[in-house]
Design a protein around this ligand. Sequence first.
Ligand code: FE2
Ligand code: FE2
Length: 240
Amino acid sequence: MNATAETTIRDIVTEDYRAAAVFQQHGIDFCCGGNKTIDEACRGRGLNAAQVLSDVARACATPDTSGQQFGAWEPPALVDYIVTKHHGYVRQAMPTIAAYTRKLSSVHGPNHPELIEVERLFAGVVAEMTMHMMKEEQILFPFIVKLAEAAAQNRPAPPIPFGTVANPIRMMEDEHESAGNALARIRTLTSGYQPPEDACTTYRVGLQELEAFEEDLHAHVHLENNILFPRALRLESELR
Ligand SMILES: [Fe+2]
Ligand SMILES: [Fe+2]
């Protein structure tokens, strides 16, 4: 990887997703803040850019054998993957995790009042993500697939029902930020998903599931904000 302090977080994570774990450790937002350069992201958090770059280089030193070089995928395949893998997971995980947060808040809320706030925050994530994924699947993603098909077949751009694709993209990015912020707040409230001494099994498993949900959300939002959406914007401007 030939990254410098001027390379964007987006480009680094798109080239090799193993860099995401390094950014996560340094508290650098790689999915909603992906358009920042390493230098900008580090300055904002008082980090040493050279150190972060050397950590990235170490994490990505061996060849990437994940088979997931999503930057090279065509939009229809990427949309399919996002919907099957990430939307599928979110839909399956949300009811289970919401049930955990309700149980934790009612059983342990008296001793751990932060769990009441966790329940409220996660209920907000469920409501928001349910609508959000529906908008992507019914409106934005089919339009992006049409753009890609038109470009592949040398046809003009399909009629654009929302002025420019930048409009729904901006809305989706705002919603990503809102869900990401709610999960970041849950992370803080639970001291990084660390169960306290007196935690029962439900408590521990509930926190593990929340942590897995946040991790999946970051991977999911990365594919949309950093790969699919910039691609759709480029396609639209090329077809005009
Ligand atoms: Fe999505
Ligand atoms: Fe999304």
